[in-house]
Ligand binder design. Structure first.
Ligand code: SAM
Length: 199
């Protein structure tokens, strides 16, 4: 499917309580971003999604809880600026069938030890398949195994560092400015037995 450059496509893996999606909407509205945003988000736990309408969110989200209510009831929210689509099922099945080019991936599955199937080299190959060539992936994980699984798929690996959050990872298929790049060859030399997770 061809991509409209006035739109930003985000995949939020996995939806959980929806904090990544809600934070995106919060800053999108706060900064008056003049583009349409489409967020696609798989979530295995359908019962969790049904309960979200009763969850107490932080005050920052009080003006956008109507969006959570819609997602909790119907798994979709659409207005003139936003489209948010939940898929109640397995993230890997979802990305294999997704017919859009993604600009930003929020890689926020539990962890490589809890659900390894969402952190393998093959999984990141499938993620790469749905990404726009200039897209980026962000993840809280700084594990070398995670970075290696991305790097072996051709991603450049960067450190995401800032004052009010712990270090995280940004991965990109093109070179990006403003981030310190991780010297993966050096890391591998220092950890010769390291291997990416595999399916
Ligand atoms: C760390 S939480 C995600 C937090 C979420 N990003 C947020 O902002 O609240 C991990 C979520 O992954 C979901 N999950 C685990 N395995 C999954 C899979 N194979 N496909 C889709 N969702 C999955 C769990 O049900 C859980 O809600």
């Amino acid at each position: 499917m061809t991509k409209d450059l006035q739109e930003i496509n985000i995949i939020d893996i996995c939806f959980g309580l929806g904090f990544n999606t809600l934070s995106t909407i919060y800053y999108y509205k706060k900064n008056n971003i003049n583009k349409k945003i489409n967020i696609y988000s798989p979530e295995l736990d359908a019962k969790l999604v049904k309960r979200l309408k009763n969850f107490t969110y932080p005050d920052e989200f009080k003006d956008i809880t109507y969006i959570i209510d819609a997602l909790s009831n119907n798994e979709i929210f659409v207005d003139d600026e936003l489209k948010i689509e939940l898929f109640l099922g397995d993230a890997r099945e979802y990305i294999r069938n997704l017919d859009v080019k993604i600009d930003i991936v929020y890689q926020d599955a539990f962890s490589p030890s809890v659900n390894p199937i969402l952190w393998t080299k093959e999984y990141f190959a499938e993620i790469k398949n749905i990404m726009d060539g200039k897209g980026i992936l962000t993840t809280y994980s700084t594990a070398l195994k995670t970075r290696l699984a991305l790097w072996e798929n051709g991603f450049n690996i960067y450190i995401n560092a800032g004052k009010e959050f712990r270090q995280a990872t940004v991965a990109s298929l093109t070179e990006i400015d403003g981030y310190e790049e991780v010297d993966m060859l050096h890391k591998i030399k220092c950890n010769p037995s390291i291997e990416a997770l595999k399916d």
